[in-house]
Design a protein around this ligand. Structure first.
Ligand SMILES: *Cc1c(COP(=O)(O)O)cnc(C)c1O
Length: 414
């Protein structure tokens, strides 16, 4: 009997009834066999797979919670609402309160609309930006992830050139490239999108210059176009406000997702008064968008955001992990680049090959030892990670470096 019996059995069944066995970011083609595929339960910083193995998780479902899985405060709020109703013919009163609270917390926001996925919010922003002045072009940074709809999915399979007819690309943090993109569309700019910092798969993360953020704002103003800041991944991870509001660069629209429902499905589009009339004109909806349970979870999430030191604690844990891994990498002779904020670390090996043998090798060895790290996607810490978790993770990564050295040595001598 092998330890991974249940995982393999499930995957075999899945291949018969689910195309490719799995799709999207958890598709088997992106992971090595060291990674678990199906999970039984989750609690705080921990995941248990279907074979009963526990992991200290640094993906937290790709970023959908700030305080760890099944936070008891959020679970209680959600359960109390679930006892009263979730999807109803219209929204609950919570929708109004939630809009009031978000607009109270986020500097540029005068109104809020709610949906389910980040992709809903980024698509809604596009429609509103076009309704604003009847212009068509949407300017996106090359390679920036804003969702998986036809206009922005990173994989072009099944997407036509016409789907992208009004999407124009420029280089992130490159004012000249952005200015050239604006010039090329001759006054037809509806919106310019920006993530607060650069956080793409396979690349080092970095913050843009303040001049760049200010240039995006200036160009939007000159063009009478809307500035959309996509906070879906970063929401409340670096700040209790919109990250560009903190810079003094106030967006017209911002998209929120992943964290705001405390693990429950909810995303939001926030906007300033400038975009209110356009937002009131468009037709946007979804069968589950008005559900009350995720909104109850979101209200509790915002309360914890406002009233606890979750953010400061999470940074402390992120720094502890980063420093520990940096020391290990140097000692074992690897050049590991840890980029971005320590609460959303990206870890990439210098000199790695195309298939990321070092990255996949090292994270695979860590996963085998109970620390779920990712070879090329940014990871996420949560306030549920404790110092003991970090120390235990560092034991796993220490052993993973030792194992990686052996793998690398064997490869070199082969
Ligand atoms: C995840 C993500 C999205 C899409 O959100 P979904 O909920 O997966 O649709 C959009 N923008 C950014 C920056 C994201 O990280």
């Amino acid at each position: 009997m092998t330890v991974l019996a249940r995982k393999n059995e499930l995957f075999e069944r899945a291949q018969a009834v689910i195309p490719g066995g799995m799709y999207g970011h958890q598709s088997i083609m992106y992971l090595t066999e060291d990674f678990p595929l199906y999970f039984e339960r989750s609690e705080g910083a921990y995941l248990w797979d279907v074979d009963g193995k526990r992991y200290i998780d640094y993906l937290c479902a790709f970023g959908v919670n700030l305080f760890g899985y099944r936070d008891p405060r959020i679970e209680a709020a959600a359960a109390a609402q679930a006892a009263k109703g979730d999807s109803m013919t219209g929204p609950s009163a919570l929708m109004v309160t939630l809009a009031e609270e978000l607009t109270g917390m986020i500097t540029h926001a005068d109104w809020a609309m709610f949906c389910k996925n980040g992709s809903d919010a980024t698509s809604m922003a596009m429609v509103i930006a076009r309704a604003y002045r009847g212009k068509r072009k949407i300017l996106l940074a090359k390679g920036a992830y804003h969702g998986a709809s036809a206009w922005n999915t990173p994989v072009m399979e099944g997407v036509t050139a016409e789907d992208r007819a009004h999407i124009v690309y420029f280089d992130y943090d490159d004012i000249e490239s952005l200015e050239a993109a604006v010039k090329s569309v001759d006054g037809d700019v509806a919106a310019i999108y920006a993530t607060p910092f650069r956080h793409e798969v396979l690349y080092d993360q970095f913050f843009p210059s303040l001049e760049y953020a200010q240039a995006v704002r200036r160009l939007c103003d000159e063009q009478d176009a809307l500035l959309v800041v996509d906070e879906v991944r970063t929401a409340f991870r670096l700040s209790r406000n919109c990250n560009w509001d903190d810079l003094g660069v106030h967006p017209d629209l911002s998209t929120w997702g992943k964290t705001i429902g405390g693990g429950y499905p909810l995303s939001a589009l926030l906007g300033s008064d400038k975009a209110r009339e356009a937002a009131a004109k468009v037709y946007v909806t979804g069968s589950y968008w008005l559900g009350a349970v995720p909104m109850a979870a979101a209200l509790e999430t915002l309360k914890i955001v406002r009233t606890t030191d979750y953010l400061e604690h999470t940074f402390k844990m992120g720094d502890l992990l980063r420093n520990g891994i940096a020391e290990q990498a140097v000692r074992h002779g690897f050049e590991l680049r840890q980029t971005g904020p320590s609460v959303m670390p990206q870890m990439l090996f210098t000199g790695d090959d195309e298939i990321l043998s070092l990255g996949r090798g090292w994270t695979g060895e860590a996963v085998k030892r109970g620390a779920y790290l990712h070879p090329y996607h940014n990871m996420f810490l949560t306030s549920s990670h404790t110092e003991a978790d970090i120390h235990q993770t560092l034991e796993a990564t220490e052993d993973a470096f030792v194992a990686l050295k052996k793998i690398a040595a064997n490869k070199a001598s082969a």
